[in-house]
Design a protein around this ligand. Structure first.
Ligand SMILES: [Zn+2]
Length: 250
């Protein structure tokens, strides 16, 4: 029972289980029977508002929740699931859920938490990590949560000055800075591809250069092993090959 281990105190379900259950219950009420959902992925985002996102594609439900919701009571998450899934399936959520959710959003405690996130994000923007499409700090935080359990310490983040198409990113240990090529910061770049480059550079932070038989190894065995945990590695590399037809490195 792996799932049970991840349950927070007093929670009967994981967020994934809540969204999955509410989907099953709402699906039977929808006029045109929507397809089944095979898996649910919940991601915590540094959203500075109470906005949450839900998308269903190829049997996978992707849910993006504001970090402000982390401490919310289970009933609030359930109410949000009812509202978001109701919107997607065009089944109006019961007023009770709307009230429960709105009640929580308007609580002083919640507002304070959102305000804190906003201040943190405001600080980010002035540091120039916000690009035309992607925010490096947001990408860093998302990868930090997903793959490093939120434990990676902060580093400086910057977009490159030029738009190098072949050198997509690098980690500068002297200045403790991850630099991503501004070339990636465009509407047609799939988020997965940029997430992968960010994750790769973060692995350089976590796995410093090693020396093997007197030779300097940057992408050593432990690095490559760790890189395999990236979900959608093949797809991400494929996207980068498509974007950078002449090859790439980072
Ligand atoms: Zn590298």
């Amino acid at each position: 029972m792996q799932l049970a281990l991840e349950l927070k105190d007093g929670y009967r379900e994981t967020p994934e289980e809540t969204f999955s259950r509410v989907y099953r219950q709402t699906r039977v009420k929808a006029r045109r029977r929507p397809s089944e959902v095979e898996s649910v992925r919940v991601r915590w985002r540094a959203y500075a508002n109470s906005i949450s996102t839900l998308r269903i594609r190829d049997g996978v439900m992707q849910v993006g929740l504001s970090e402000a919701l982390r401490e919310a009571p289970e009933g609030v998450l359930e109410a949000l699931a009812e509202i978001l899934i109701g919107k997607v399936l065009r089944v109006r959520a019961a007023a009770e859920y709307e009230e429960r959710y709105r009640g929580w959003v308007n609580r002083e405690e919640t507002r304070a938490r959102l305000e804190a996130l906003r201040r943190r994000n405001g600080h980010k923007r002035t540091s120039g990590t916000q690009g035309r499409r992607f925010d490096l700090r947001e990408l860093f935080e998302a990868m930090n949560q997903r793959y490093f359990g939120g434990t990676m310490e902060q580093v400086h983040l910057a977009w490159s000055r030029g738009e190098a198409r072949t050198h997509l990113g690098h980690w500068d240990p002297a200045h403790r800075t991850i630099v991503l090529s501004r070339f990636l910061d465009r509407p047609e770049t799939p988020r997965l591809a940029v997430e992968y480059v960010m994750f790769h550079e973060m692995l350089h932070v976590a796995h410093p250069v090693e020396f093997e038989n007197g030779r300097r190894r940057v992408h050593h065995r432990r690095f490559k092993e760790a890189e395999k945990q990236f979900e959608g590695l093949k797809e991400a590399r494929g996207e980068l090959r498509r974007l950078c037809a002449s090859g790439f490195s980072f």
